[in-house]
Unconditional design. Sequence first.
Length: 265
Amino acid sequence: MSAEMGARRFGRMNWLGLYTLIWREVMRFATVWSQTILAPLVTAALFIAIFSLAIGAKRGDVMGVPFVHFIAPGILMMTVIQNAFANTSSSLVISKVQGNIVDTLMPPLSPLELVVGYMAGGISRGILVALCTMVVIFPFIGLGVAHPLWALVFVILGAGFLGLVGVVAGIIAQKFDQIAAITNFIVTPLSFLSGTFYSIEGLPNWLYVVSHVNPVFYLIDGLRYSVLGVSDSSPVLGLAVAGGATIAIAFVAWAMFRSGYRLKS
């Protein structure tokens, strides 16, 4: 019996096409590893070194742990989410500027497969950056990982969430200046003002409330629990909030690919 009209001959999921898209995204950042992996590692090391030398000895313990240990998970998550965002947003904008976005849109890939493919590329870069940071930096400051499975979950969730934000930003943006503006005025403030360098318990009441509706706060706090065993909020709550935000932004990205918004015009 012949296939139904409009049915794809390779089934409900184009696994080969999805694998190819993911592999392309991974190789895209792997070929310039000195910029995509080494540079974030150096940046994270500089953050920890500067705060350790300038503030560490004077600050005292935070939530019962040394200040340098307290900020390390926040810096790690900040590095992960910034690189996941950069991976997906730059991939889309470069394709649009160079005029080869059609090479991604023409193959028989559904909107869902496009979303998963780009997100997987961002997650791959985020995991690799996190792994390198943990292996290279954590031993030098005498830090281990209290809950490895939780750490893996929050790194994947953080990279996935900001990777999807990068997909949406890359679709909206028409040039590199617009992506730079989104990075400078949205992604970076979210990274710095979500408990990376401080406990939100000391914030004014209004800012304390605002922090609790920010998904990035839960990502940083969840990874802090994973590494140190202490946190400002429950990791289960963080998982629920960050997971819900990830699903929501994934739906937005899917709708954009499905409609061809700023991609086919």
